[in-house]
Design a protein around this ligand. Structure first.
Ligand code: HDE
Length: 706
């Protein structure tokens, strides 16, 4: 049978199916029968090979006859497929799943007294930044909402070179020495024999490792707190974690810690909510960030510093070089020095978000390392990983990694060299080239520090206290947050098959707080409280600090929040409009949810289009919901599991619910009991107020907390 000459592309002249043709023709019949199409009026560039050869048929490979074998001669097919075969590069071993946005950092207060770094001294200067948020454990395609630490890495393209503050959303880390990092990560990631779980610490190997790592207890407390399950990447704090040094003109040094504070305040999900969001929208955080940038609602953070001298540090009841310790704000206050606004989504995910290469050793003159052993190890690891991941020492030439200030040196050649340096001189010093790059007194300098002592693989005594700050963190939380931490621990350890690992963990918790240990032991149905391991240093009772909580940092605002309005056939248009107007007026984004995506006919006969179909738009993706239904609409939705889940989950996740008379029937079907957060839709102000917070008092009615 003779094959028909066809492009294999049935829809013509539609933008989704556009292919390229030499401009000026509607549809051309060419060569081996490929038919190519163009969008009417489009001014398309010619499709070519990577060598610039125009391609006449992008749909059919070259065959010896229409039903015959494909010819090796088809260099166009081979080039296209070979390039495709190599499209993936190794994903990051940690922090593979990420979302990044361009923006700027604006300095509002000069630190000229302490540093020469222009980015920290030129008030009003807007430095371009690229900020990548990430989870730690999961692969690049994994879900956005697991319980995990979030990376927040900021690349500042300063006038004096790139400065990377490669931080996370908690102020402490799990280990004290770089030597331990591969073990920590191997224990955390999917177990090597079975290949699961993906993006989750809730399994045997992680907790087994942690049970041997008491220094992790402080970071574990943060991870088990609600900060481990953020509502939005726009609502996380960021921490540089380590101490760095600032150096001024005179060469004097002071220590600094970096803190990012989100303008929208902190907000987290509940665990049940995070799990359900994972099912509803794998890309919840990425999509939410994308939509907010698209809508011109640009996320913003304040940058603060904690500054302290060596003498002050010597008086702290802990060692600030130990990355498992934080410096309480009450001890060293935060000073706001600037703001970061993220306002431009990347053009291309791979070219920018995937290829961006952060490195904590990317420091600029006026900023220097401290001796934090983890920072020291990191300064080696990141360059090493980029060489593998990006495949060439010239990865700094990729546009997203290239400095935006001039850069020049005598490094030459290597894979993927994009620059074409001129001249015969590639060394320094030299007398042959008057324009070759030279050193400068304004260049990077290290702090004048004298180091002495005995060489060895030694952990300092001052790093020995593993529990005091973990205890301080737990005791600083509100009653609700403590209950969430206890349930998180019960959840995680319940996924651990080995009883001795559960017991060992509860043993550690006894040093954090005896009551927490009892709650977790009870939640795991342990017969008796296990022995606590002997602590390396006595556990201190440090003063509690409200700044460690999150509930208090949730801003009473609808800015950046989302409201869902559930409607069906016959809903009251006026009530819907009133909710929409009030919610958008208060800064929220609003989505209409209906059984069919095309929308529903309202009581007045008009049709309202939906933003989401009920089955694919559950209430977990909103911060508060309104249920506006006719009697008939409520009756039909009462037969619909997705509608019942919609209201039941909103209630179970402590959200405000506005409801009209019709909607009441659905609420009854969901077993919802009226409380301060369940508001008549006519009381629009009451609903907006309730929507700005969570109904914490409801929690004990809907969930058994340990
Ligand atoms: Fe990382 N870390 N890390 N890390 N880390 C990486 O670098 C590493 C640590 C952090 O969005 C890797 O480019 C070691 C602390 C973020 O691209 C790798 C040690 C903190 C990101 C690496 C640490 C971080 C990474 C993997 C212990 C918070 C994502 C891919 C000595 C202060 C950056 C890559 C992005 C990524 C190594 C500990 C944060 C393998 C050896 C502490 C936010 O180089």
């Amino acid at each position: 049978m003779e094959q028909k000459k066809t492009a294999g592309n049935s829809r013509k002249n539609s933008p989704e199916n556009e292919t390229t043709a030499p401009s000026g023709k509607e549809s051309v019949e060419i060569g081996n029968g490929g038919e190519i199409h163009q969008v009417a009026g489009g001014d398309h560039p010619v499709l070519t090979t990577n060598q610039g050869v125009p391609i006449s048929d992008n749909q059919n490979s070259l065959k010896s006859h229409p039903r015959g074998p494909t010819l090796l001669e088809d260099f166009i097919l081979r080039e296209k497929i070979t390039h495709f075969d190599q499209e993936r590069i190794p994903e990051r071993i940690v922090h593979a799943r990420g979302t990044a946005v361009h923006g700027f950092f604006e300095l509002t207060r000069s630190l000229a007294q302490y540093t020469t770094a222009k980015v920290l001294t030129e008030v009003g200067e807007k430095t371009p930044v690229f900020t990548r948020f990430s989870t730690v454990a999961g692969g690049a395609g994994s879900v956005d909402t697991p319980r995990d630490v979030r990376g927040m890495a900021v690349k500042f393209y300063t006038k004096e070179g790139n400065l990377d503050v490669v931080g996370i959303n908690i102020p402490v880390f799990f280990i004290q020495d770089a030597m331990k990092f591969p073990d920590l990560v191997h224990a955390l990631k999917m177990e090597p024999d079975r290949g699961f779980p993906q993006a989750a610490g809730a399994h045997d190997t992680f907790w087994d490792y942690i049970s041997f790592t008491p220094e992790a207890m402080h970071a574990i407390m943060w991870l088990m707190s609600d900060r481990g399950i953020p509502r939005s990447l726009r609502m996380i704090e960021g921490f540089g974690v380590h101490s760095f040094r600032l150096l001024n003109d005179a060469g004097d040094a002071i220590f600094v810690k970096f803190h990012w504070r989100p303008k929208l305040g902190l907000q987290n999900t509940l665990w049940d909510e995070a799990v359900k969001i994972a099912g509803a929208d794998n890309d919840f955080h990425r999509r939410e960030m994308f939509e907010s940038i698209e809508a011109g609602k640009f996320p913003e953070w304040e940058l603060s510093v904690q500054l302290f001298t060596e003498e002050e540090a010597n008086k702290f009841p802990f060692d600030h070089l130990d990355p498992t310790k934080l410096i309480p704000e009450e001890m060293v206050p935060l000073q706001i020095i600037g703001r970061m606004v993220l306002d431009r989504w990347p053009d291309n995910f791979f070219a920018e978000t995937e290829q961006v290469a952060f490195c904590p050793a990317n420091l600029v003159p006026g900023i220097d390392f401290s001796n934090d052993p983890l920072l020291q190890g990191r300064s080696f690891s990141y360059l090493d990983t980029q060489l593998l991941r990006l495949g060439s020492p010239n990865f700094h030439q990729i546009p997203i990694n290239a400095p935006k200030c001039p850069f020049a040196n005598n490094q030459r050649d290597a894979h993927m060299q994009m620059l074409q340096p001129k001249g015969r001189v590639a060394y320094e010093p030299n007398s042959l080239a008057s324009d070759s790059p030279r050193e400068t007194p304004r260049g990077f300098r290290s702090a004048r520090v004298s180091e002495s002592g005995e060489k060895g693989r030694i952990r300092p005594e001052s790093f020995a206290d593993h529990y005091s700050q973990a205890r301080q963190f737990y005791l600083s939380q509100t009653e609700y947050e403590q209950a969430h931490m206890a349930s998180a621990l019960v959840f995680e350890l319940s996924k651990v098959d080995h009883l001795h690992v559960r017991q060992a963990m509860v043993g550690h918790l006894r040093h954090v707080d005896e009551d927490l240990a009892k709650r977790v032991a009870d939640g795991l149905a342990l017969d008796e409280l296990p022995d606590a391991p002997p602590p390396a240093a006595p556990v201190q009772n440090l003063e509690t600090s409200a700044s460690l909580q999150t509930i208090g940092k949730m801003k009473e605002t609808l800015e950046g929040r989302a409201i869902g309005i559930l409607i069906a056939e016959g809903s009251d248009g006026a009530a819907i409009s009133a909710v929409k107007k009030a919610a958008t007026g208060a800064g929220a984004s609003v989505k209409i949810v209906a059984p069919k995506v095309g929308g529903a006919k309202l009581a007045d006969g008009s049709k309202l289009e939906a933003d989401g179909q009920l089955a694919g738009t559950p209430s977990v993706i909103f911060d508060a919901v309104a249920v506006v239904l006719s009697g008939a609409g409520a009756k039909s939705l009462s037969q619909e599991a997705a509608a019942i889940d919609f209201v039941r989950d909103a209630y179970g996740h402590l959200k405000a619910i506005a409801v009209d008379d019709g909607g009441q029937a659905l609420l009854q079907k969901g077993g919802i009991v009226k409380d301060a957060g369940v508001v008549d839709v006519k009381d629009i102000d009451g609903f907006i107020t309730a929507a700005k917070t969570r109904q914490w008092d409801r929690e004990k009615l809907v969930r058994t907390l340990p």
